[in-house]
Design a protein around this ligand. Structure first.
Ligand code: ADP
Length: 596
């Protein structure tokens, strides 16, 4: 990322930095004192040379030596503490950023997740945030520390001799430039080398994971060739890096050596003219080396800065990504919802170009059960996602009990709607917590009641730890039907006036489907329900059926009406209806036989 951009990103970081200014200030203060002590050491050395050694004063030498020793210890302790406080500062900053990023991710609408893959989001909240932390802890603190030290060193130099200070600074200029360009060249090379290392690792990893396929297809040579190419890139980068390093070392030694020679020569002239002491010259050269330190790391600092800021930029794009669904002013809290849902001339498009829903007009009465059916891609799922405002309509409006859903508080809107999804999701935690996700403050009694209504209580009781049994990734594996019952229990727990069934029986076998339909029938009682389904048994539960095709409502009526019409609905469900009818017939024959 270019420097100017990096600085822009850094500005976004400033509020987090200023919120933790106390830690930063303390850290800097300790560093300042530690540096101040460090710059005193050459001055004491000057006295050792000029006074103690020159006059052979042994007592003074002892006193000065003890003082130097104490200063060294003090410098170490203070700079260590400064570093510690600096680390606290950095960690507090990234703690806030991480929390903010996580909160902001959870508040995003579906459109955000459509655009950004999960892996990327995870990387941004974890490793990218870490990168920022690392930068704030070491390069930033180290460089600030070095800068502080140099300012103090220049002040100390000025107190000894003005002319020589100016000369030293002039001598340092080419040295600084040399270090700067070196850092700027080497930094990106290091980075590329590290990235290439990642590429190599992933080639190895991929081949090991797919070793059987590689062997089965007999493509070993091809894979080796691929690896050789990447390995070559690595070699070239490494050689380039070592070349730059190899050139830099003698060059910088030469320039520094020349610098020292110039300082010594001018220092000598000053000593001869009585404007400088031998100890003073020694102190000067010490300060010159102190000044070298920030120069040595400046180039690296800038690379680290740019790198950290591009990571920071990635984090902030997550934090700042616009919410497609935004809360407006005058927010209404829903109370005593009757459950009337109205679609008024609703148009919707995911990409702003192609309409997925076209001029939908639909009135669902309180407590009515409406099934939405249609071929794959006709817009069924999209239609139901608009009700809880997972996406925003482009034209027209949706009303609940006569109130435009955009005027309703999002939280209030969603609390009044429960969704039973096609693929139930089980969290890696206890059964109890899995049910209570829909209502985290639910009491145990409420949870058990919901589980009983969803007819999963007996099963849960039979588990080794009952409601405290771990399920999901690290625990007991649940069957499709059991998972769906957990979802149903979640919905019972919320007890919402509006219910959305998003094809919840499509992945179940016929037997389980019949059982789950029975449970859903209980759940639907007294609630406005929208059923999206490809499966006849669930569609038959609806009072009214809406048939969608390419985003438009093409048929509407009861099952019997639509079957009689032999239109789109008949085409969609013909096979299932015929199978169902023959099944019912068989059932009747069996019953007749039993009765005879
Ligand atoms: P159905 O539920 O009837 O199968 P959908 O509502 O899922 O239909 O899809 C309707 C159309 O919208 C399809 O063309 C589908 O490709 C598109 N679509 C669905 N979800 C998204 C999405 N998240 N982003 C972009 N297009 C989508």
């Amino acid at each position: 990322m270019p420097l100017r951009e990096s600085i822009k990103v850094f500005r976004k970081l400033l509020p987090y930095i200023t919120r933790n200014w106390k830690w930063l200030l303390l850290a800097l203060l300790l560093m300042l004192i530690s540096n101040q002590l460090a710059t005193l050491i050459p001055l004491l050395m000057k006295r050792v040379i000029d006074e103690a050694i020159a006059n052979k004063e042994f007592n003074l030498l002892i006193i000065l030596s003890i003082a130097i020793l104490l200063l060294t210890i003090g410098t170490g302790v203070l700079s260590g503490s400064g570093r510690y406080l600096g680390a606290i500062f950095a960690q507090r900053v990234v703690y806030e950023i991480r929390l903010r990023a996580f909160r902001s991710i959870l508040s995003k609408s579906f459109a955000f997740f459509d655009k950004m893959p999960t892996g990327q989001i995870v990387a941004r909240v974890s490793s990218d945030v870490d990168r920022v932390a690392e930068f704030l802890t070491r390069p930033l603190m180290g460089f600030t520390n070095a800068l502080l030290l140099s300012v103090l060193a220049v002040i100390a130099m000025l107190s000894i001799n003005l002319e020589l200070t100016v000369v030293t600074l002039l001598v340092l200029l080419p040295i600084a430039l040399n270090f700067y360009f070196y850092g700027k060249r080497v930094g990106p090379l290091y980075l590329s080398l590290r990235q290439q290392y990642g590429v190599l690792a992933s080639v190895i990893n991929n081949n090991l994971m797919g070793i059987r396929t590689v062997k089965y297809l007999a493509v070993e040579e091809h894979e080796v060739e691929k690896f050789r190419k990447e390995n070559n890139k690595w070699l070239n980068l490494a050689l380039k890096l070592f070349k730059v390093q190899a050139l830099h070392r003698p060059m910088s030694t030469l320039i520094i050596g020349l610098g020292v020679v110039i300082i010594i020569t001018i220092g000598f002239l000053n000593i001869v003219e009585g404007r400088l002491t031998v100890g003073g010259l020694w102190a000067f050269i010490s300060y010159m080396f102190m000044l070298l330190w920030p120069m040595r790391i400046a180039g690296f600092f800038i690379t680290a800065f740019q790198r950290a800021m591009s990571a920071c930029h990635r984090v902030f794009t997550v934090i700042e990504a616009k919410e497609d669904v935004e809360e407006e002013g005058g927010l209404i809290e829903l109370k005593n919802v009757k459950g009337e849902i109205v679609f008024e001339n609703v148009w919707f498009s995911y990409d702003g170009k192609h309409y997925v829903l076209k001029d939908i007009n639909l009135r669902i009465r309180p407590g009515e059960k409406v099934a939405i059916v249609g071929p794959t891609g006709s817009g069924k799922s999209t239609l139901i996602r608009l009700i809880p405002r997972f996406y925003e309509v482009n034209k027209g409006r949706i009303l609940i009990d006569g109130c435009d859903i955009r005027k309703i508080k999002l939280e209030s809107l969603r609390r009044n709607i429960a969704i039973v999804p096609q693929e139930p999701f089980i969290f890696a935690t206890t059964v109890k917590e899995n049910i209570a996700v829909s209502k985290p403050d639910a009491s145990m009694d409420e949870i058990v009641k919901a589980a009983k209504l969803a007819r999963i209580h007996d099963f849960i009781e039979s588990l080794p730890k009952g409601y405290n049994t771990l399920v999901g990734e690290y625990g007991v594996t649940l069957s499709g039907g059991q998972k769906q019952r957990i979802e149903i229990a979640r919905a019972f727990l919320v007890d919402p006036p509006i219910l959305i069934l998003d094809d919840p029986t499509s992945n179940l076998d016929a037997e389980t489907e019949r059982e789950i339909v029975k449970d859903l029938r209980e759940l639907m009682k007294g609630r406005t329900t929208i059923i999206v389904s490809q499966r006849l048994p669930l569609v038959l539960e609806a009072d009214r059926i809406i048939v969608l095709d390419e985003g438009r409502i093409v048929e509407e009526g009861t099952h019997e009406e639509l079957v009689r019409r032999k239109g789109a609905y008949w085409k969609l469900f013909k096979d299932q209806i015929e199978a169902y009818e023959s099944w019912v017939k068989e059932l009747l024959i069996v019953e007749e036989g039993e009765n005879a």
